[in-house]
Design a protein around this ligand. Structure first.
Ligand SMILES: [Cu+2]
Length: 163
């Protein structure tokens, strides 16, 4: 259990205080090189949020979601701290199957806000804390974010759009 806690390691830089040193000490050449890598993720629908542009994990955008509509079953697997496909569109009535190690990556339905998962008790993606497979029949049109409760802060989350 204590291992869990360690892995959550909150970044002290979250409040954007940590860029200061570099900028203030001026002199040196190399200005920040971090921001460019994030900007390639397509449609500018997502603002980088309040300050921290050094934070990797981005919410899903519909435009980038994998189109799996028309399939009766869609499988989402997890590898390391990533889901594949992470952002996906499915048709209403699809069985969405999560294959993961839920002991190590407890699945939750809900959004990640400020790097913290917020469980949505109304989500059809019900909490999974053990086992390796869970199937959800998603019959209602809507947007269903989901996350791993251990690793949401480092990007282990995604969204299913039911169409
Ligand atoms: Cu996880």
């Amino acid at each position: 259990m204590s291992r869990l806690r360690a892995s959550l390691g909150f970044l002290p830089c979250v409040l954007a205080a940590c860029g200061d040193d570099g900028a203030a000490s001026g002199g040196g050449g190399g200005n920040v090189t971090t921001s460019s890598s994030l900007s390639t993720s397509g449609s500018a629908s997502i603002a980088t949020g309040a300050g921290g542009d050094d934070l990797g994990p981005q919410p899903c955008a519909l435009a980038e979601a994998e189109d799996r509509t028309g399939e009766s079953e869609v499988t989402i697997t997890s590898e390391g701290v990533n889901y594949t496909p992470r952002c996906v569109r499915v048709s209403a009535g699809t069985d969405v199957i999560f294959l993961s190690d839920f002991d190590a990556h407890p699945l939750r339905g809900g959004a990640v806000v400020n790097e913290q998962g917020v469980v949505d008790p109304t989500s059809p993606i019900t909490p999974q804390d053990s086992g390796t497979s869970a199937t959800f029949t998603l019959s209602e049109v809507g947007e269903l974010p989901y996350f791993c409760s251990f690793h949401a802060s480092i990007g282990m989350f995604g969204t299913i759009w039911v169409e």
